[in-house]
Design a protein around this ligand. Structure first.
Ligand SMILES: Cc1ncc(COP(=O)(O)O)c(C=O)c1O
Length: 335
């Protein structure tokens, strides 16, 4: 069973409806997640002569925000009698789905790339999910997941391009709104397929209509930046490798792009060098360990601090699932 969204691609987006769905998602999400802290970052404050607030989603029980969308989408499936789910994931969505399956008493199979970081694989397995590997270069993870569902009653839980997943990710925006007493100027969101930006961005823009929502992506994988510039979904060159293993979606999702475009989101990108510098900075200043994908927002601020001069900026620290040797290597190479 492949669920289809009640909001087909290309349809205009009802933001008010999405805000209501995000608020409704809170009861499914908050029971099993942490209200992660919004951390002050004095070094970054000085850099932009403003205020930087870091939403530490790396401190979720699964090490990333992805648990939010998985919990909400799977709660809906559970309520309609589904027991089995399949997900394809670079890692963090798979951990989220495995955790949600554990919480909701469901069975999960996760399709992951064969080069998945060991830390991510270990977490998926420790939560009791089955794992199927695919080759990033030669195989389609969507096709494998679809084939796994073909003869079963299982449903696919999509990583970003799904209304319920987006509504679940938006619950992060609800917390930021509660935690922040000031009006933010900019929100920098770590972005792959655009679900986190769509959910959290829509919720915060409801209360802060002037807010700039900025998708942060690795250099060479800046498909959101390029798509916003030409006004339609476009694929990035994606010819270079990046250490941000969670952000290698070659183009924005269909639904996520309509939502992000509606919110007048803009795009930024940062090099792997800046990602390493951001990981080192956040570790040394705050004692928080980030995976490369979780540091791309801070890296984008470091790329163009003058763009945020005197602003109040919220940045997501979206994940912290990184192998110890990769983390040490990134900090050693950081310049
Ligand atoms: C740590 C981390 N940050 C950000 C993202 C991107 O999320 P989205 O696909 O909703 O843009 C991912 C996706 O897997 C991720 O693992």
């Amino acid at each position: 069973v492949i669920r289809t969204s009640p909001y087909p691609s290309g349809a205009s987006i009802d933001s008010e409806r999405l805000v209501l769905d995000i608020e409704a998602a809170c009861s499914n999400v908050h029971r099993y997640t942490s209200h992660t802290p919004l951390i002050r970052a004095p070094y970054l404050d000085r850099l932009i002569r403003g205020e930087v607030h870091l939403k530490a989603e790396c401190l979720q029980p699964t090490g990333s925000f992805k648990i939010r969308g998985a919990l909400h989408a799977m709660s809906q499936l559970r309520a309609s009698g589904q027991q089995d789910v399949v997900a394809f994931s670079s890692g963090n969505h798979g951990i989220g789905v495995a955790y949600a399956a554990h919480c909701l008493n469901m069975r999960a199979t996760i399709v992951v790339p064969s080069d998945i970081p060991r830390a991510k694989l270990a977490k998926i397995r420790s939560l009791g999910a089955d794992v199927v590997f695919y080759d990033r270069e030669r195989e389609s993870r969507e096709a494998i997941a679809t084939a796994l569902c073909a003869h079963t009653e299982a449903s696919i839980v999509k990583p970003y391009d799904d209304w319920d997943t987006i509504a679940g990710q938006g619950t992060c925006g609800v917390e930021i709104k509660e935690q922040l007493s000031l009006t933010p100027d900019s929100l920098l969101v770590c972005t792959g397929g655009g679900g986190f930006a769509a959910g959290t961005g829509t919720y915060l823009r409801r209360y802060y209509p002037e807010l700039s929502i900025i998708t942060a992506e690795p250099e060479g994988w800046d498909d959101h930046l390029q798509s916003f510039q030409v006004g339609k979904r476009s694929a990035a060159a994606a010819t270079t490798a990046s250490i941000c293993d969670g952000l290698l979606a070659p183009e924005p999702g269909e639904i996520t792009f309509v939502v992000n475009q509606h919110n007048r989101a803009q795009g930024m990108s940062a090099s792997d060098d800046l990602v390493r510098r951001a990981m080192k900075l956040i570790w040394e200043q705050l004692g928080v360990g980030l995976e490369p994908s979780g540091a791309i927002g801070v890296a984008s601020l470091l790329a163009q601090p003058e763009r945020f001069s005197e602003q109040i900026v919220v940045i997501t620290l979206s994940g912290g699932n990184v192998d110890r040797d990769r983390f040490d290597e990134a900090l050693n190479l950081a310049r």
